[in-house]
Every structure is written in structure tokens, then in C-alpha cells.
Design a protein. Sequence first.
Length: 571
Amino acid sequence: MTATTPARRPDAAPRAADWVSCPGCGWLLYRKRLERNLSVCPECDHHLRLGARARIELLADAGSFTERACPPGPADPLAFSDLRDYPDRLAEAAVRSGETEAVVTGTARIGGTAVVLAAMDFGFLGGSMGVEVGRRVSAAADLAVEQRLPLVTVCASGGARMQEGVLSLFQMARAGQAYARLREAGLLSVCVLTDPTYGGVSASFATLATVLVAERGAHVGFAGPRVVQETIRAELPDDFQTAEFLLAHGLVDRVEGRAELRPLLGRLLRLHARPEPDAPAPAAAPAPVLREADPWDVVQRARVAERPTTLDHLAGFDDFVELHGDRTHADDAAVVGGVASLGGRTVVVIGHEKGHTVRERVTRNFGMPHPEGYRKAMRLMAHAEAAGLPVVTLVDTPGAHPGPEAEERGQSHAIAETIMRSSRLRVPVVAVLTGEGGSGGALALCTSDSLLVSENAYLSVISPEGCAAILWRTASAAPAAARAMRLGAGHLLASGIATSVVPEPPGGAHADPAEATRLVREAVAAELDELCRLDVGTLLARRAARLSRIGGEDARPLRVVAPGGDGRAAR
Ligand SMILES: [Zn+2]
């Protein structure tokens, strides 16, 4: 692996000059004005590169950074020499950057939350990772584990350092195992990907963080664009490997301008600080209010375009940071998710999203997920489990997307795996059926400890139209099919599939969306109060018993099986 970086002009002009030429648009910018603008060109929004100290100043609360003293590492393990001796290059890099290596680490506070912070300096030999960088980054992760602090890294690197040969390459493994322990400890890690991040850094700790935030305009990839172009000899898209390209391909959670980085980190860190809610005594569950409803009326109300969607429900939560992408292929707009706060409790939320207007509904594929939507859901579930956060799902989909591309990418497996993982998640899972519950595509997000069903929502093995077309031989028999299949909250509750019913305002949720979302929030908060009291063993045993009982003759109330658990330790 070589230091592969995009062909870009090096950082700004000499320190003394009052004027800087923007590498993006060539405009001459007054240095002081540029610095006031966080080194973002006011003319073209080009984000100029920043050194490690400037990054720390940008992100950490004023005066909160304490650098970790790092004893000097092996200076030149291979006694490497090309046109110049490696020690000479190191000495020159130190003078030019003012740093002793390509990464600066320490502790700091961001938005009031204590963190371990590691910032890379591209000005030090292109931010390349040799043994010392690997050592410092791994030590930062170890420190985070030891002090139970989140780890924030800011990456800028051309890749592994050639002058340290294969020793450099193996720093990827060293950093990888350090991050594995961070994940096992349930600690949050956030990586800010800045321009440029490539090669051995990109393919190790830079992309192993729980949350990946790319700075606007940053180029991030494995192989540099010149290498890619010379290998495949084809034109690359203009946005190849840009932050925006990464977001569209599901590879990062968010793209942010420089000014938005600090506030976003502050929110994420606060959400993961997990303050205990003021444990209110759980209210006795009110008897479900269930108005008699004709199944066909329920189907029609569940489909009303003005009915609150997942994002409407989340807008009423105390905070919500949306996280994007499946880290593999794409960001499916039909499934939204992220980290949210509800009643003082942080939760991971995942839901189908339909949108309201025609344009929104087309963009969101009418709430019909592709496999990448379910893979995003699984990624977020894994984060919830690692961080010990409960999961809340909001279900509203006509079904999973039926199409050749979904089949090519394994729709069945994506749904099956989502169901399986949620059946054994070691954190509470509350599902709310808020609208349409179309078949397996809905069930993927319904496998839970509690299934709350909105008064005008339904779960169905096939759409009433589909059922009518097959069995009645005409889709116009849909109302009869809806009644025959007993669609609606009443049957779900009676059969033990739903655990409670969430009332809706008279006329349906669309008649008073604000009230409808409030009722859902309250129901979810009450459910969480109840479930979060259970230890992991009880939770899993109850969930298994609940799922096994569905369709059986035993419709008795929930029984707690094997109190104290399944033999494994609770977190
Ligand atoms: Zn510019």
C-alpha cells in the first residue's frame, strides 16, 4: 500500500502572507477573514485543510485539551533511504508541521462531555501511518476503554507509511483490535473524515468508528483516484470519493460543513452519555381503548397520505440525530434511523419512512425498503446492543420493495437476518405499528418485546387487494378480504401479537397529527420504563416465550420464564 492522495494543491500559502489563494476557486482571500470563517472559502465553500492543532481548537471546548505525552518511538526501523534518508524526512516534517508525528492525542471536552481526542496532521508526511501513529491511535483507544470515555478521531491521511514498510501495514491490525475492544466495551467512537483520508488509515480505524461524519467536500477512499484511473482506465464520476458520494453509497452516517461539526459531536456525545431517567414508577397499564372498526376502514385510514410518518413522530422526541447508510451499498431513504432522546432516555430508533408529498413518496419509494434499508436497520441494532441502548421501531410500509435489484442484493436474507437479530438483541425492543404493516417487509421491524399497534394500523400477510385477486379472482373484493383476514388492532391484540393499542384522535391520526404523535411518544416512553427494568436474561426469555406463543392455543397473559436469565451475564 502506498501513500495515495488525490492530486490537490498543498495547504495554504506561507504563514506570513496576508492573502491566501483558495485551492478551490483560486480567489485571493484575506487570511484573517478566512480564519474567521473556519478556513472555509466564502466564495466557493471549499474547506481548506487544517492541521491537527487547528482541528483540536475547532472541536474541543476552549482550554479543555490536555495532550498525552508520547515517548519517542522507533525512529527508523528499516534504516530506510530513498533519495534522502528517512530520519531527515522525519526531522523536516517535524519542523514544517510543528508536530512530533502525524497524530496528536489527548483528552478534552466537547460540548461539555469528556472525550479522548486524536487528530491527524496531513502536514506531517501526508498524515501517513507508521508504527508511532499506530501506537498513538491504539493507545488513545486503550485510554478510552480504561477511563470509559468516548473516542473522537479526526482523520487526514494518505495511507500507510512506505518508509516503515510492512511494519506500517500491520498498524492496521493493531488499530483494528484496539477498536474491537472499544466496541466490546460499549463505548461510542466517532470519526470525522476530512480531506483526504485514504489507504491504510481509511481501511482501518477511520472507518471502524461507530459514527462516521465526513466533512463537506472531503475525499475519502481506499485507492487514490489516480491509482483507480490508471488501473481501470475509465472516466470516474466527478463526485468520485467525495463526502457526498460516500453518503449516497451508504458509507458514512452524515456529511457536515465545518461549522456544524462541533454542535453535532456535542449532541451525539450527550445522547451517548446515558443519564439515567428519573425513574418514574411505571403507571398501571390502562385497559386498551379499542373502538369497534370495520377492517376496510382501518386499511384506508392507515394509508392516508397525511398520516404522521416516522420522521413526524421523531420530530416530537427531545432530540434526534439521523444516521445514514448500510456501510456497504447505499442509503435507503425508505428506512430512517438514528439516535434519539425520549423522556431522558437515549434510544436507537429505526422506522419505515413514506413521506407525504408525491415527490417525497417517490424519493422514499413509498416506504418500501430495499435490502440496504434492512442492512441499515441491522447496523443500528448492533450499535444499540453495543451501547446498551433500547431499540424503538416504527413500522409503516406497504411491503419490502419487489424488484430485480432488490432480489440481486438478497432481499430475503436481509429481512430474515433482521428478524433473527432483533429476536435476540440484548436490549429492550419496542415496536410500534403506526400504519400499514405489509408482510415480511413490516415484520422485519416487528420482532420485539412489545408490539404497540395504533388504532388504525394493520399487519397483514398480503395486501387485501393481493389476497382478493388470488382468492376472489378480483382485486375489487379487497374489502371482503380485509374483513376475512380480520385486519386491524382488535385481532392483533386478541391473538397476543400486539401487546397494547395506542389510541388515535377521533377520525384517525391524520385528523390531529400533533396529538397522534404525542400519544405514540407517551406509549413508547411508558413501555420503555417497564422493559428497561428487566435484566437481559429475563428480557430474552420473555421475548422468546412471546414469539413462541403466537398462534398457539395458550393465550394467557405474559409469563416470565427463567428469571435471572439464560445463563449469560447481563450488561
Ligand atoms: Zn474558493
